[in-house]
Design a protein around this ligand. Structure first.
Ligand code: ATP
Ligand code: MG
Length: 381
C-alpha cells in the first residue's frame, strides 16, 4: 500500500510538497481550513478543518505514516497531539522555538550566534525600561531609534511590525500591535541579506543548498539569486551557523535560516522550520529541490544532492499587485527556455499576496536577474 504523508497547511509551500511527494510515489493528505487552499486542491485528501480540531488531527494521524508542516504557525499543541500517534517532522519543540521571535533569538544567542540587538517587550515594566534607559544597559551594541517592533508570534511578510522612529511613541506602536508580546529590535543598516536552506535527516546527514541572496521590498521577499555573490568567508560563516542551528535543535526536515549582513558582520534574522520562498529556485536549478528534501527527511530516506544544475539562477515573486490591470501576459514566458513560471492557483489577487513566481536560469547571476526582472515587467499589464 502506498504510504500517505500529511501536511499541516495548504499554501503554496504545501502544494509544492504535495507535488514532490506524488512524484516520489507517495499519497498526500492536507489539513487546512480553507476549502480552496492550493495544496488541498492537489492532495489526495483534503481535510477542511481548523488546525486545532482534534477530530481532524486524529483523522490525519490515522491515515498518515508521517506528518510535516508548511508554515511555522500551526498550534504546537496540535503537533504534540499528532506526535503521540504518528511521526512528526520537524519536532514540535523545534517548531515552538521557530514560531516565537523571542525564543528564536534566545536560542541563537545560547549557541553563540549573533542577532540584531533587541529588547523583549511583554509588560508595562519592559516598556518603562526601554523608554527610560533608551540605550539599554545590557547591550554591547548601540540600541537606539530607529527600532523595529515585531510581534513574537504570527508575523509574516512584514506583517505584525512597526517602525519606531521615536522612543516617545513606543506605546502607540505597541497599542497598534495589540499589546501582545513583542521584541523591539535595532533597525540595522543592511549591506545584504541572504538565506541558507539546510536539510537534516534522521541520521544527522546535512545537506545545504547554495546560499541565496535576497532583496525584500516593504518587508516582502522580491528577488532571490543563487549562488550568493557575497564574500565567501561570510557565506562560510552562514553555512556553519545554519548547520549548528539544525544540529542543536536536533532538527529533522528542511530549515531556512535568514541572515543580515551589516558592516561585515553576520546576524541571524529568523528561522523558518520549513521550505522557504528563497529556495523556490531549487525546483529548477538544483539536483534535488527543497520539497523533495522535505519528503526525504520526513520518510527517512537519505537526502538528495543539493548542488546546483546551472551556474546561476534568479527568482522573482509575482505579488497580487501585478494583477491590478488584469491577468499578466503569461504566454510571454513560453518564449524563453530559461524561464519557469509557477502560479499558486489562489483565487483573489490581493495586493501584496504571493500569487506565483518566475525563475530564470543562466550563466551569470546578474544576467539571470536582469532577465527575470525584464520578463516580469513584460508580463505585467
Ligand atoms: P518573511 O515572512 O518575509 O520572512 P517576516 O514578516 O518574518 O518576513 P522579517 O524577516 O522579520 O519579517 O523582516 C522582513 C524584512 O524586513 C527583512 O528581510 C529585512 O529586509 C527587513 N528587516 C527586518 N528586521 C530588520 C532589522 N532589524 N534591520 C533592518 N531590516 C530589517
Ligand atoms: Mg523574514
Amino acid at each position: 500500500m502506498t504510504a500517505m504523508l500529511g501536511v499541516l497547511g495548504g499554501g503554496q509551500l504545501g502544494n509544492f510538497f504535495v507535488l514532490a511527494a506524488k512524484k516520489m510515489g507517495y499519497q498526500t493528505a492536507v489539513l487546512d481550513p480553507d476549502p480552496h487552499s492550493p495544496a488541498g486542491f492537489n492532495a489526495d485528501i483534503h481535510i477542511v478543518a481548523p488546525f486545532d480540531d482534534i477530530d481532524a488531527l486524529n483523522q490525519l494521524a490515522s491515515m498518515c505514516s508521517a506528518v510535516t508542516i508548511e508554515f511555522e504557525n500551526p498550534p504546537v499543541t496540535a503537533l504534540e497531539h499528532l506526535a503521540q500517534q504518528v511521526t512528526v517532522r520537524p519536532s514540535p519543540s523545534a517548531v515552538a522555538i521557530a514560531q516565537n521571535r523571542r525564543e528564536e533569538k534566545q536560542f541563537c544567542q545560547s549557541i553563540g550566534l549573533s542577532v540584531a540587538p533587541y529588547e523583549v517587550l511583554e509588560t508595562r515594566e519592559d516598556l518603562a525600561r526601554i523608554t527610560s534607559n533608551g540605550v539599554a544597559e545590557t547591550h554591547l551594541d548601540p540600541f537606539s531609534v530607529p527600532l523595529i517592533m515585531k510581534t513574537c508570534r504570527n508575523g509574516y511578510d512584514g506583517k505584525g511590525q512597526q517602525i519606531v522612529k521615536q522612543l516617545s511613541n513606543i506605546l502607540d506602536h505597541w497599542n497598534e500591535l495589540g499589546n501582545v508580546p513583542c521584541i523591539v529590535e535595532q533597525k540595522i543598516a543592511l549591506d545584504a541579506e541572504f538565506s541558507i536552506i539546510v536539510s537534516r535527516s534522521e541520521q544527522g546527514q546535512i545537506a545545504l543548498f547554495a546560499p541565496t541572496q535576497n532583496i525584500h521590498l516593504d518587508g516582502v521577499l522580491d528577488i532571490s539569486t543563487a549562488p550568493s555573490q557575497l564574500d565567501s568567508q561570510m557565506l562560510d560563516q552562514g553555512k556553519l551557523a545554519a548547520t549548528k542551528i539544525a544540529e542543536k535543535l536536533d532538527y529533522v526536515g528542511v530549515l531556512a535560516v535568514e541572515f543580515f549582513v551589516s558592516d561585515n558582520r553576520l546576524f541571524i534574522n529568523e528561522l523558518a522550520p520549513r521550505p522557504h520562498n528563497s529556495g523556490h529556485w531549487t525546483l529548477d536549478a538544483a539536483n534535488t529541490s527543497q520539497f523533495e528534501q522535505q519528503v526525504r527527511a520526513l520518510v527517512g530516506e537519505p537526502l538528495g544532492d543539493p548542488s546546483m544544475t546551472c551556474s546561476a539562477v534568479a527568482m522573482v515573486n509575482l505579488l497580487g499587485d501585478r494583477w491590478a490591470n488584469g491577468e499578466p501576459l503569461f504566454e510571454l514566458t513560453n518564449t524563453d527556455s530559461c524561464a519557469h513560471l509557477y502560479l499558486y492557483g489562489k483565487k483573489d489577487a490581493r495586493a501584496g499576496r504571493k500569487m506565483g513566481h518566475l525563475t530564470m536560469t543562466g550563466d551569470h547571476v546578474e544576467a539571470a536577474t536582469n532577465s527575470a526582472i525584464s520578463l516580469r515587467n513584460a508580463i505585467t499589464r
